[in-house]
Design a protein around this ligand. Structure first.
Ligand code: MG
Length: 203
């Protein structure tokens, strides 16, 4: 499996990153080695001093496909959940300044936490999937999927032109404003529709 991620998909987060709204989805991948499964911890890597959390709604691929048309996207998805796109912001900023790909700052080992997936038969009403990220019990991010620049249909249709989606892939849909650093000893919680579905310790 792989994790397909969308950058800058919430206007308030694009603002806080001092970046313009993208004209097309900003797509990047994380490999299977990036995945932190439920119950595992995030191990602060040696190569960064500025790891940031980005809490995101994800959808799971239940049926493979490529060149998926927007009206057929839901036939390829079978579950949703919350994820954290960990980012080595110091590495990313340096690479961006140099005009280089920032892959290593986003796709490193253990850079993607995912809650248990919540399966569905009929597609959810996405704007209802509001979520929160709490750091040591304090609310830091509040996500309103209605504020996404590109819808899940647009994201999957666009990205599947380039990357064949395979069963078990996760599609991370971008983070709202409020991203920030984590420290060793912190505890992160992801709340979806007022239910805690993700707990993660930083070690
Ligand atoms: Mg992100």
């Amino acid at each position: 499996m792989k994790i397909l991620c969308i950058g800058r998909n919430y206007r308030d987060h694009a603002r806080e990153m001092q970046a313009p709204d993208p004209a097309e989805p900003v797509v990047f991948l994380k490999p299977e080695t990036a995945l932190i499964r439920p119950g595992d911890a995030f191990w602060y890597p040696l190569f960064s001093q500025d790891i940031h959390y980005e809490c995101e709604l994800y959808f799971r691929v239940g049926k493979p496909g490529k060149y998926i048309a927007p009206q057929f996207v839901w036939k390829h998805l079978d579950a949703y959940g919350l994820g954290i796109d960990f980012t080595a912001r110091d590495l990313q900023s340096r690479l961006k300044q140099q005009g280089l790909p920032w892959e290593i700052s986003k796709a490193f080992n253990g850079s993607a936490a995912a809650s248990e997936a919540i399966p569905f038969d009929t597609p959810p009403h996405v704007p209802d999937l509001t979520f929160e990220l709490r750091l040591n019990g304090e609310i830091r991010q509040q996500g309103q999927p209605a504020d996404m620049i590109f819808s899940i249909e647009q994201i999957v249709a666009y990205a599947s032109q380039f990357f064949t989606l395979t069963t078990g892939d996760l599609v991370f849909t971008g983070t709202p404003a409020g991203v920030g650093p984590v420290q060793i000893g912190d505890r992160l919680e992801g709340w979806l529709q007022s239910r805690r579905i993700l707990e993660l310790d930083i070690r």
